[in-house]
Design a protein around this ligand. Structure first.
Ligand code: ZN
Length: 324
C-alpha cells in the first residue's frame, strides 16, 4: 500500500466503527468501540483515541492518512460543520469539524451518519447509477438519506431525510431519545423495537426458540433474534416479519412521495436479509401507488453494516479531491 488513505468514522447510537480506507475503498484497519459515554467531552476524547489507534496502525504499514470523514447521528449545519443536535448522543451545538480538525491536525469532513451511508451505497453500492434513491439505516434507531435528481438532499437546515421520525401509528409507543413524537417508524421498527417485539413473543410462547432463550436468561436483542430466525425458529421469524411490515408501511409512503429508483436498507438489522426484505416488498406491492411500486427496487445495502464507515471515508476522499 503506497497511496494515501483516509479514515472513515461511523459514530452510531451504540457503537463507533472506524476504518482506514484507500481510494479504491479497500479497508486496511478497523477499530470498534462502544459509543456509550457520559458527556460530550468524553465522546470527543474517545473519538480522538480511536482515530489515533487507526492512524498508528496505518503508519506501521508505511501509508499516510490524508483526511478524516465522520458520519454522526446528528443534524449537521454543513456550512459551519456544526453538530446541532442528536437524538442519541450527548451533542448540542458542537463545532465538530473545527474541533476535530484542530485536535487531529488533519482536514475533517462531517455529515449525518445516514447521509454518509447513502453516499457510499450511491457511489459504489446498491444504488450505483440511480438518479433517485433513498436509504434507511436500521440499527439502534432508524436513519435516512435521500438522493434526488442526482444529488444528496439534506433539506433547508440539514435536518431532513429523517425517515425514522415519520409517524406510522399516531398512538404508538413514545419515540426514544429527544423526539417528542409517538409511533414514529423508529419506535415501531428499529433494532430496539425488534428486541421489544421479540421479548413480547418470547413471553407468550415459552416453547419456542425465543421463549427458551428468554427462560435461559439470554438477552433478547436484535442479533440473537436474527440468529434464531435464520435457524428457522418461527417465533423469531414472526418478530422479524412484524418489524418488516412496519418498515414496509414506511417505505410505501417514501415510494409514493419520492418515486425512487432504489430503496436501500442498511444498518445492523438488515442482517436478517430476505426474512426482513420480503415483508417490506409485500407491503409496498399492495399499498404503494402504480407505477412507482413496479419501478422501485428494494435492496439490501451492498456494504452491510459498514455503509456508514465507508461513506464517511468517501466524504473525506471527495472532500480532499475537490476543496471547497
Ligand atoms: Zn420520532
Amino acid at each position: 500500500m503506497s497511496t494515501g488513505c483516509v479514515i472513515g468514522v461511523d459514530l452510531g447510537g451504540t457503537k463507533l466503527l472506524a476504518g482506514a480506507v484507500d481510494p479504491a475503498l479497500n479497508v486496511h484497519h478497523r477499530a470498534i468501540r462502544p459509543a456509550r459515554v457520559a458527556d460530550q467531552a468524553a465522546l470527543l476524547d474517545m473519538v480522538v483515541g480511536v482515530v489515533g489507534e487507526v492512524r498508528d496502525a496505518i503508519d506501521g504499514e508505511g501509508a499516510t492518512v490524508d483526511a478524516v470523514g465522520f458520519g454522526i447521528p446528528c443534524m449537521i449545519d454543513q456550512e459551519r460543520g456544526t453538530a446541532v443536535m442528536s437524538i442519541h448522543l450527548p451533542i448540542v451545538d458542537l463545532p465538530f469539524r473545527d474541533v476535530m480538525a484542530e485536535r487531529l491536525g488533519l482536514p475533517v469532513f462531517v455529515d449525518n451518519d445516514a447521509n454518509a451511508a447513502m453516499l457510499a451505497e450511491w457511489r459504489f453500492g446498491a444504488a450505483a447509477g440511480a438518479r433517485d434513491a433513498v436509504m434507511l439505516t436500521i440499527g439502534t434507531g432508524i436513519g435516512g438519506g435521500i438522493v434526488a435528481g442526482g444529488a444528496l438532499q439534506r433539506g433547508s437546515q440539514g435536518a431532513g431525510a429523517e425517515f425514522g421520525h415519520m409517524v406510522v401509528q399516531d398512538d404508538g409507543p413514545p419515540c426514544p431519545g429527544n423526539c417528542p413524537n409517538h409511533g414514529c417508524l423508529e419506535a415501531m421498527a428499529s433494532g430496539n423495537a425488534l428486541g421489544r417485539e421479540a421479548r413480547r413473543i418470547a413471553a407468550e410462547r415459552p416453547d419456542s426458540g425465543l421463549g427458551r432463550a428468554l427462560a435461559a436468561g439470554r438477552e433478547i436483542s436484535g442479533p440473537l433474534v436474527t440468529e434464531l430466525a435464520h435457524d428457522g425458529d418461527v417465533a423469531a421469524i414472526d418478530a422479524v416479519t412484524t418489524i418488516g411490515r412496519w418498515l414496509g408501511v414506511g417505505v410505501c409512503s417514501i415510494v409514493n412521495i419520492l418515486n425512487p429508483d432504489v430503496v436501500v436498507l442498511g444498518g445492523g438489522v438488515i442482517a436478517a436479509g430476505e426474512l426482513l426484505l420480503e415483508p417490506i416488498r409485500a407491503e409496498v406491492a399492495t399499498r404503494a401507488l402504480s407505477p412507482a411500486r413496479e419501478h422501485v427496487r428494494i435492496l439490501p445495502a451492498r456494504f452491510g453494516a459498514e455503509s456508514g464507515m465507508l461513506g464517511a471515508a468517501v466524504l473525506a476522499l471527495e472532500g480532499i479531491a475537490s476543496p471547497a
